[in-house]
Design a protein around this ligand. Sequence first.
Ligand code: ADP
Length: 531
Amino acid sequence: MQGQMMDYQLTLPTLLRRSETYFGANEIVTRLPDKSFHRYTYADSCRRARALAVALQALGLERGDRVATLCWNHYQHHEAYLGIPCGGFVLHTLNLRLHPNDLAYIATHAGDRAVIVDQSLTPLLDLFVDRTKIEHVIVVEDGYEQLLSGVDPDAWRDPELDENEAAAMCYTSGTTGMPKGVLYSHRSTMLHTLGVAAGNPMGLGISERDAILPVVPMFHANAWGYPYLATMLGAKLVYPGPHLDPESLLDAFERERVTWTAGVPTIWMGILALIDAEPDRWDLSRLKGMLVGGSAAPRSMIAGFKQRHGLNVVHGWGMTETSPVASTAQLIGDLQEADEDTQFDYIAMQGVPLPLVELRHRDVDGNILPWDGESMGELEIRGPWVAGGYYDTPEQADRWTSDGWFKTGDVVSLHPRGYIQIKDRSKDVIKSGGEWISSVELENALMAHPAVAEAAVIAVPDPKWDERPLAAIVLREGATATADELRAFLAPDFAKWWLPERFEFVAEIPKTSVGKFKKTELREMFSGIPA
Ligand code: ADP
C-alpha cells in the first residue's frame, strides 16, 4: 500500500520565501575591503537575489546553465547562493586560491557561461577567462549593481524546478589528483540544510538567536552549508570579506556578538596563539561554538580553547562529495557527565554521522570491519546528500561500490559507540613493514608539545621497511626543541616502530588552497634525502 502524501518538491525557492516572510528584518553584515561594515536585512538580500535571477534570465541564460562566482565571503556572494539556483541556474563556486591553469580547466569542464567576480580578483580572472567558454563577466562592485538595478525583482517567478535538478556545483580542491566536479541537487541541498540543523552538535545547536560568522570560504564546499542554514533559520550572518587574519576575526567576533563560527584548524591555531598571548583583549563571552573541520583538530587545541578560555571546539568531518557535513562531535549518553579528559578524547575524534547518513569501513579485501576502535579500513558512506557520481568523469566510477556506497579514501577506525576516528587519507598513511602508521595521530601528538606550532608527518621511502615516517616541524617563535627531545616526547604513547627517525625543522608547512597541509609538496621536498 502506498502512502498518500503530497509529492512536494524540495527546492531552494522555499528557503527564499520563508526567509522573506518570517525573518525579513534580521541582519546580514559584511566586512568590506576597507574594514568598514555593510549591513542590510534578509528582506533586502532576498529581493536582490530575486533580481539576480531575473537579470540572468534577461542575459539569455537558460535553465541548467552554470553561473560561476569568483568571490570572497560577502553579501553579494550570499545573493548568488540563493539567486542563481532560484533562477533555475547552477551556482558554480570557483576557488580563488587555485592556479589559473586549474581554474581554466575547471571552468571549461563545468561549461560555465557567466561569472560574478570581485573587482580585486579580476586580475586573476584575466589570466584564464580566455581559455573558457565564459560569455558574461559581471564585476561585483560595478556591473553587478547595474545588472540588478535594471530589473524588477517582482518579475521573478518560481521556476518550479524538479527537486533533482542541479542547484550548485563545486570541484574538489584537488589535495589528491585532478579536481572533480560534484553536482548538488536542490533536494540534496535542502536535506543537507535540515540535516545540519538537526545534528545539533554537542547540544549547542543553531537557531534564529545565533550570529554565524563562516570563516570557511564560500568557494569551499558550500561554505559548509552556513549560507543556507542561516537563511532557513533566520540567524544573523556575519561575512568577514577578505579579512581572515586572526586579529580581524577576533575583532569581528566581539563587535558583532558572534555566537558560532567555522573554519579549518590552521585558522584556529592562529586564533588560539593570539588569545593565549592577550587573554583579556577580546570579549568572546558570546561565542558558544567553533566548528572545526577540513582536517583533524588537534586534541591539544581543543583542550587549550576550553581550559584556558572556556571556548567550545566542535569537531566536524566531511568532504566536497558529502555537501560537505557528514558528522559532528557529540557527547552521547554518559559522556555528557564524563571528566574533561575523556570528553576531549571523544571531541578529538571525527564525531558521529548526522541523521540520514550511514557509515561502514572495509579492509583491502572488501571485508566489513568491526567497530572495535582498532581495525583500520577505508570509510564508506551513503546518504541523501552524498554524491552519486562526479560530473562528466566516468573514469572515476570505481569510487562507488556496486551496492551503493561512496568510498571516501579516508582510512579510519570506528569506535564501539559509533565515533569515527580518521587515521589518514589512504594516500598519506605510512606503510611500514607491512603495518600502517597514522600520520594524523603522530601530528596531533607532536602539536601538543609546547615548542611546536605545526607538525606534518609524511611517508618517505625506505629500503628495508618500504616507508618510514618523517616529521616536518614548525617551532613556535623563540622556542627550541631537538629531534631527540621530540622523539622522547612521543615515546610513551606510541609503539617504538611508529617513531619518526627524521625530523626536519622548517619555516612553514606548505598549505593547500583551503589551508590544509600539502603533503604532496612535503614529499617532493624530502623524499630524495636519505635518513
Ligand atoms: P580535498 O579533497 O581537496 O582536500 P575536501 O574539502 O573535500 O577537499 O576534503 C575532504 C577530506 O578532508 C576528507 O576526506 C578528510 O580526509 C579530510 N577531513 C575533513 N574533515 C576532517 C577532520 N575533521 N579530521 C580529519 N580529516 C578531515
